[in-house]
Design a protein around this ligand. Sequence first.
Ligand SMILES: *Cc1c(COP(=O)(O)O)cnc(C)c1O
Length: 390
Amino acid sequence: MPQHPHLAFDTMAVHGAREDLAGLGAHVPPIDLSSTAPLPDVESGGDSYENLAGGGVLEQGHSPVYQRLWNPTVARFEEALAGLERAEQSVAYASGMAALSAVLLAMVQSGKRHVVGVRPLYGGTDHVLATNLLGTHVSWAKADGVGAAITRDTGLVVIESPGNPTLELVDIADVVRQAGDVPVLVDNTFATPVLQRPLELGARLVMHSATKYLGGHGDVLAGIVATDAEWAARLRGVRALTGGILHPLSAYLAHRGLQTLPIRVRAQQENAMAVAAWLAEQPQVKNVYYPGAPGCDPAGLVGRQMSGPGSILAFDMGDYARAAHVAEHVELITHAVSLGGVDSLIQHPASLTHRPVAPEARPVPGVLRLSVGLEDPADLIADLERAMRG
Ligand SMILES: *Cc1c(COP(=O)(O)O)cnc(C)c1O
């Protein structure tokens, strides 16, 4: 539970899950790397094991037993992110895909196997659903057809807003309404809790690839799910059984990343607005996909569901050769997958992040996705201009 729900968002980002540090005589969180922990006696050790392996939270004065079950550094990051998403709890994993897999396994464990997915989704999410790898089966629906796609076996609705890579927005509250009792998972990686808090709109689960904005510096792989106490217990149970807990060093970095999250997200968004406006004026650019660009937000969700358009955009160079040329000729911007860091990255989704997606749902070959960082936008624009010309 967030310890200071009365504090403003930016204050919680800086101070969340750090309330006990002064008492420890520390200014930054200690990193606990212990793979195992001393047990006070056999009986209480056994009780702790049973509690944690079953998805419980560490009780005061009890042993964490074993790192796969509980780690204090990971628990700090979880508490801090839960505060920002206004969730009761959150559960952290070694990657975003490990987080999603745990949700799907928890659903299967509860006796349901059917997932309704609204495309576009991150390529890995699309792939794990389309292959039925974890014993689930998927129906793809349009955002307004979620209700009709639900069956008695449906255990989850999966949506992303903005969607990866072409930034389509989904009306989260409307999907929640259509889903009724079926839990809705929103991948909030692109928006972050700075711009959008899906739990306040009725979603049951919010997931992040914390590799992206939460970490924010391209140096940590992490995933996290923010939810209510009941789902969090199920997710910790799955995590204890299948592994996939976040490493404490990564948890430290992700937790540190939260401190600057609001300021990074807003500054990157300013830069993205400038780059999107420039791209829209270039005759070689056939289309700009950005929630803040004209025509990209027909339902008026920016300002209502999402407080701003964010800092990921995509644009269509018309064909594969021109798109590849730009990706290969930028110099300041890095040609690489991933997004949400302080430096700008560009990539060709149809070849890379969305390669496993079925052809009918794959982005067109001219599309490039650009994650706008903290550089001066004039330098980013000059780099793109050179790459388009040269
Ligand atoms: C990167 C990403 C993921 C997967 O996260 P990993 O940390 O790479 O496993 C999931 N969803 C979105 C929207 C992403 O951008």
